[in-house]
Design a binder for this molecule. Structure first.
Ligand SMILES: Cc1ncc(COP(=O)(O)O)c(C=O)c1O
Length: 368
């Protein structure tokens, strides 16, 4: 991989030391070019291009599936992470005495849909972190044979704690519980193999580590589960033969037998063109996970040496968080120096992607 060539294709790299992928990623030039191309066609061709958009959606579904080691029938395009979490939380079949398990480190979207199930009589269990870590022994205590679903982030958004998906998947299997993962803080930075880790469902927006757009998300459902669930939101795109929508069977409409049944209406084709280009861009790079981990470890070592308290636990991925006195003010001061980070958990959250460099982290370290 030629890093200089990669960086030339990321215009932000010339303007900022951009270390904020956990918030919203910049778009590479080929991705913006794909967006422009779509918009040109959208403007000029309108409906006459519709079939080509559908074809491109199927092409993209295959690229997405390959990216996470799934098959295309297991992928649906929704609009954001939150929507997919709501789909799962609301379609599971809850019996009296059932519980759901999540954690106190989740983003609100992976908390609220589960929390609100209490209205349906479902018991809500929240695992509390210990010094920023979610311990396997606490998951073991919380999960039992009445657990319907365990819902966690792969990487927790504020401090970067990384859950051990393999261990949690095994725990879920032991108790016959579904396993839902929100991988928005890892997908594009870490390798995720849904077959190996036996994830049942996931939902991920694309605007962070995937270097893609807002308003488009990937929803994954394991093949064996597709036929077991009726989508809580349904419409003409869910029909098996949706192109023949005028003649659908009003007695018993047949819905798609793939994850496509979760796509209730027209897709975000703009987002899909963007996602295809983003994945193509990421696929030309190599050692992404290794680079992300090296950069985060480099930063952890160096901020610790400077005397800052690092809030990121040892089990972590791309996100690094360290305490400062006034994080909000520090973020603004750094931005004046063209260094872009976020403030989270009363600290500074830094999220460097594979295309960032140790030299850029040195610029941040010097500015602190
Ligand atoms: C872990 C996590 N989940 C979900 C979200 C929200 O995602 P979306 O806007 O795609 O619903 C965020 C946003 O920062 C996040 O960090």
């Amino acid at each position: 991989m030629n890093l200089d060539h990669i960086r030339e294709q990321i215009p932000t790299s010339k303007k900022y030391v951009y270390l904020n992928h956990a918030a919203c990623a910049p778009l590479p030039t080929p991705v913006v070019n794909a967006q422009k191309q779509y918009l040109e066609t959208r403007a000029l061709e309108a409906e006459t291009a519709f079939d080509s958009w559908l074809e491109h959606a199927e092409k993209t579904r295959k690229v997405v599936a390959d990216f996470i080691h799934a098959s295309p029938e297991e992928i649906a395009f929704l609009k954001n992470t939150s929507e997919g979490i709501n789909v799962v939380a609301n379609m599971l079949d809850y019996q009296k005495g059932d519980n759901v398990v999540t954690t106190d480190l989740e983003f609100p979207s992976n908390y609220m849909p589960w929390f609100y199930l209490q209205r349906k009589g479902v018991e809500f269990r929240m695992i509390k972190n210990k010094n920023g870590k979610l311990l396997l022994e606490d998951y073991e205590k919380a999960i039992d044979d009445n657990t319907k679903c365990v819902a966690v982030s792969h990487v927790e958004f504020a401090t970067g704690f990384k859950n051990d998906l393999q261990a949690l998947a095994e725990l879920c299997t032991d108790h016959n519980a579904y396993f839902f993962v929100d991988p928005i803080q890892s997908l594009g930075a870490l390798n995720l193999d849904v077959r190996k880790t036996h994830v049942d469902f996931f939902s991920s927006g694309c605007y962070k580590w995937l270097l893609s757009e807002l308003g488009i998300s990937i929803f994954y459902i394991r093949k064996e589960l597709i036929h077991q669930f009726t989508p809580p939101v349904i419409g003409w795109f869910s029909l098996k033969d949706y192109e023949n929508y005028e003649n659908f069977d009003r007695g018993d409409p047949e819905i798609a037998s793939t994850a496509r049944k979760f796509e209730c209406g027209n897709l975000n084709f703009y987002g899909i063109y963007t996602l295809h280009a983003s994945l193509t861009f990421l696929n030309q790079a190599s050692h992404i996970e290794e680079r992300v981990m090296n950069l985060s470890n480099y930063l952890i070592d160096n901020v610790a040496q400077k005397g800052y308290t690092v809030q990121t636990p040892q089990e972590h991925a791309g996100i690094v968080n360290f305490k400062v006195k006034n994080p909000g003010k520090t973020v603004k001061t750094l931005q004046k120096d063209n260094i872009i980070v976020s403030s989270r958990a009363q600290g500074i959250r830094v999220s460097a992607h594979f295309w960032n460099t140790t030299e850029e982290l040195d610029v941040l370290l010097k500015a602190l």
